[in-house]
Design a protein around this ligand. Sequence first.
Ligand SMILES: NC(=O)c1ccc[n+]([C@@H]2O[C@H](COP(=O)([O-])OP(=O)(O)OC[C@H]3O[C@@H](n4cnc5c(N)ncnc54)[C@H](O)[C@@H]3O)[C@@H](O)[C@H]2O)c1
Length: 317
Amino acid sequence: MPKTVVTGGAGFIGSHIGEALAKAGHQVVLIDNLDDYYSPDHKRRNVACVLAAPGASFVKADVTDLGAMREIISRDVDYVFHEAAQPGVRFSVKDPFKPNNVNVIGTLNVLQASLEAGVKRVVNASSSSVYGKAEYLPFDEGHPTQPISPYGVSKLAAEHYCRVFHEVYGISVVSLRYFSVYGPRMRPDLAISLFTRKLMNNEVIQVFGDGTQTRDFTHIDDIVKANMKLLTVDKADGKAINVGAGNAISVNDLVRHLGEIIGVKPEVAYIGKQKGETEHTLADCGLGQRLIGFTPDIDIRTGLEAFVRWQRDNLTG
Ligand SMILES: NC(=O)c1ccc[n+]([C@@H]2O[C@H](COP(=O)([O-])OP(=O)(O)OC[C@H]3O[C@@H](n4cnc5c(N)ncnc54)[C@H](O)[C@@H]3O)[C@@H](O)[C@H]2O)c1
């Protein structure tokens, strides 16, 4: 039974990866400090979904603590999925120090501990935010990386550490650049979750800018699928690979879809543009297909319908 550590395992994406690994027969160890960026109770519920599997465990620990990472990522650990981060572009604009500390120093600690423990592979969660303003679309991995937020800078720095740890020390590391992820248990601060809850309560939705900005929204099942590929495909070391749906919609269209699915007429208030937010994202998934055999499955309408069903059953979510 492979032993696999998932950092940020109480979070949205980490808990889904943890669940998939446990179902695939891994002995999963979730690490998380239950940071209060959003409700720790939400995170405890995420952990409970993973702990239902035999052999899964949870350790409350901080990735910025190298000693703790050394203790947990020990010699018997086979794989590390590094999802812990201080997310949120807007948060990083207000406080650039915390994302730097967690996302850069935290990643360095996880890499160092993994190197010392001789793990077979580290998979690092990166972000489409590394690209910044689109010079062309879709973003392929050769697109310039000029982040326009402190968060994007921190994720790019972490990616570079991953590449350099592979090139200099020979450890197997792959970064996956996720594009706007959504699905059950998603972060409550993200647009799809916020809009869904507002529409269900017949409240006004606030949209930044004029709503024509576009996003490649990616369903969590596709994100999990890409991560799981990296257990069996040994190519791609040192690389950063896009993981998106390969289709973008505007925020206005997102609101329209959600209104139709929920069965309400959305009321929208347009407010100022946010600093650090890019206008458009769209993933070219060609490299992922060629290197790791990843192709996205879930189109936005199907994914939103499933999400709304889940949200109805989990109104506290
Ligand atoms: N959700 C998205 O749309 C998206 C898009 C691109 C990239 N990502 C990346 O995916 C990863 C997971 O994101 P998510 O949306 O699941 O966010 P999340 O906030 O739900 O999960 C991150 C987890 O990390 C934990 N954490 C924070 N600081 C920590 C620390 N110092 N030590 C240990 N744990 C700590 C948090 O408590 C949280 O449970 C992150 O690396 C994020 O940057 C997410």
